[in-house]
Design a protein around this ligand. Structure first.
Ligand SMILES: O=C(O)CCC(=O)C(=O)O
Ligand SMILES: [Fe+2]
Length: 317
């Protein structure tokens, strides 16, 4: 089984309806799908790979090798213990955003300008995807973006972040995981994963299935806030990354999240009586209305736990 692969270049052609339906299906049935021919140039993507890998070698690898995680695994192996490492991830990761530009890696040639250009393109793609979701859900154009920007049309307060991750080769992949299973907190996530080194899996019908590497594709998934706005129609899906014995998985995840001040709730339009292609969706309100910053306070403590208690724990407004 493989997650859907969608040819995004056909969105504005004769096959628009078909592509829109494929994206609706990707959101409803999978929570994850891959875009090919998404309009981001191969040249830029090749540069992104180069600066991300170069940055790992030059600015990160040494730190990972001396990290607590590596030490803890060494100790387990030395003790010949049959335990696993819990509550840690075999991962090197840093976050870049407009807010921390002066802290971005600075020693790797062309890192900054390449990632700036990449982030600008991905942000546009995220906005296009949100409009597609608006249309597929029967919401007004711009609804999700407005909700994530605190209801403002012009002022952009939503958060667009990019996580640059590596999952270095792991000598004991049976003893530790690359990234523990979770659903993503925010809105739309756009992942540029390694061409060859897999490891990312999603939970579908109680089975973990691989997100197949497909060179230069962009993997899309939706987070908990899209689940709330869509009143459960687009569910955020559990995923994890396995540690791999050979190969250093590179993955660059960008996410369009609400502003911390934005109030998030199910879209009122989705609470009206409606039958869609024979499918009856839940019209009862099953999610609270809350401020996204309050949700994040709960999420940081409960990221790797079931998500439903998070919706119960967040302070409702
Ligand atoms: O690195 C990956 O492939 C997935 C990353 C991820 O799930 C996350 O950053 O939330
Ligand atoms: Fe994730």
């Amino acid at each position: 089984m493989a997650i859907p692969v969608i040819d995004f270049s056909k969105l504005n052609g004769e096959e628009r309806a078909k592509i829109m339906a494929q994206i609706a299906n990707g959101c409803e049935e999978w929570g994850f799908f891959q875009l090919v021919n998404h309009g981001i140039s191969e040249e830029l993507l090749e540069k992104v790979k180069k600066v991300a890998s170069g940055c790992y070698k030059l600015e990160r690898e040494e730190g990972f090798k001396n990290s607590k995680t590596v030490k803890m695994l060494d100790e387990l192996v030395e003790k010949n213990s049959n335990e696993r490492l819990e509550n840690v991830d075999w991962e090197d990761v840093f976050l870049i955003s407009d807010d921390n530009e002066n802290e971005w890696p600075s020693k790797t040639a062309e890192f900054k300008e390449t990632m700036k250009q990449y982030r600008a393109e991905l942000k546009k793609l995220a906005e296009t995807l949100m409009e597609i979701m608006d249309e597929n859900l029967g919401l007004q154009k711009g609804y999700i973006k407005r909700a994530f920007n605190g209801g403002e049309e012009e002022q952009e307060t939503a958060f667009f972040g990019t996580k640059v991750s590596h999952y270095p080769p792991c000598p004991k992949p049976e003893k530790v995981i690359g990234l523990r299973a979770h659903t993503d907190a925010g809105g739309v996530i756009l992942l540029f994963q390694d061409d060859k080194v897999g490891g990312l899996q999603i939970l579908k019908n109680n089975e973990w299935i691989d997100v197949q590497p497909l060179p230069n594709s962009i993997v899309i998934n939706t987070g908990d806030q899209i689940e709330v706005v869509s009143n459960g129609r687009y569910k955020s899906v559990w995923h994890r990354v396995l540690a791999i014995p050979d190969g250093n998985r590179r993955s660059i995840a960008s996410f369009y999240n609400p502003s911390l001040k934005a109030t998030i709730s199910p879209a009122p339009e989705l609470l009206e009586e409606k039958v869609d292609e024979g499918k009856q969706f839940n019209q009862e309100i099953v999610y609270p209305k809350f401020v996204f910053g309050d949700y994040m306070s709960v999420y940081v403590r409960q990221k790797f736990l079931p998500k439903e208690p998070r919706f119960q724990a967040v302070k409702a407004v």
